[in-house]
Design a protein around this ligand. Structure first.
Ligand code: ZN
Ligand code: FE
Length: 258
């Protein structure tokens, strides 16, 4: 099997369009919020765009699809979401996407919460999770409930620990600032914050991150940890309920001003 190369293409203010390509000139992209960064990468590396995978309907994730559709013959995979008009293939939880070029295969995982029709793609030890799971954080609840988002994150957390997490945004440092207020003594978190700082100072993406690191650092994947339960401090009744803890944690992040 051809080796695959993964590249985050910076787009808009802090988005990443993830590109995966082989050595035979075939590429796919995930969540092209703009066409230009994709066109540039395709030209520079003499690649042809074969597929576009979309996680959810927000403009910063699909804004470049129409233009790329005009310029290429890429198949477009998306959930059955009326707000995503340009799809050639509708996919749902449990589906597999098998591509010949680049040769790869992804399982579709429904991850409602940020939006109701949000999906993630898992394959080749990669997870493309859009705005559901961020490094050291998670997406805002624009459409779904805390309980839906928590169930979605639980499913992603159960993937193999060596999975590379390819998120939709460069939010790691801001997320680290918040997470440190909750677990100032978490050494894995300190190490992740430091490595992210070095990468960003060097002008590099802090992503992908390793799921194992997220399990050790990300407060939204750690709501059953005594340190996080104590830090959230929602009172004895609510504290026993993980959805209440998650909702309180998400609310606190919404209100956090680093
Ligand atoms: Zn979004
Ligand atoms: Fe986004």
């Amino acid at each position: 099997m051809e080796p695959l190369h993964l590249k985050p293409l910076p787009a808009l203010s802090d988005n990443y369009i993830w590109m995966l390509h082989d050595d035979l000139g075939n590429a796919l992209v995930v969540d092209p919020g703009q066409a230009a960064p994709v066109q540039d990468a395709l030209h520079r590396q003499h690649l042809e765009l074969r597929a576009i995978l979309l996680t959810h309907h927000h403009p910063d994730h699909i804004g470049g699809v129409a233009r790329l559709r005009e310029l290429t013959s890429a198949n477009i995979y998306a959930a059955n979401d009326p707000q995503i008009e340009l799809a050639t293939h509708r996919v749902t939880d449990g589906d597999r996407i098998d591509l010949d070029a680049p040769q790869c295969s992804f399982a579709v995982i429904a991850v409602p919460g940020h939006t109701l029709c949000h999906i993630a793609f898992h394959g080749q030890d990669l997870l493309f999770c859009g705005d559901t799971l961020f490094s050291v954080g998670c997406g805002r609840l624009f459409e779904g409930t805390a309980s839906q988002m928590l169930a979605s994150l639980d499913r992603l957390a159960a993937l193999p620990a060596h999975t590379k997490v390819c998120c939709g945004h460069e939010y790691t440092l801001a997320n680290c600032a918040f997470a440190k207020t909750l677990e100032p003594g978490n050494e894995a978190l300190q190490a992740r914050c430091e490595s992210a700082r070095h990468l960003r100072d060097a002008g590099l993406p802090s992503l992908p991150s390793l799921l194992a690191d997220e399990l050790a650092c990300n407060p939204f994947l750690r709501i059953d940890e005594p340190s996080i339960i104590e830090a959230i401090d929602v009172g004895a009744t609510d504290s026993a309920d993980r959805t209440s803890r998650f909702a309180a944690l998400r609310l606190r992040k919404d209100e956090f001003r680093g």
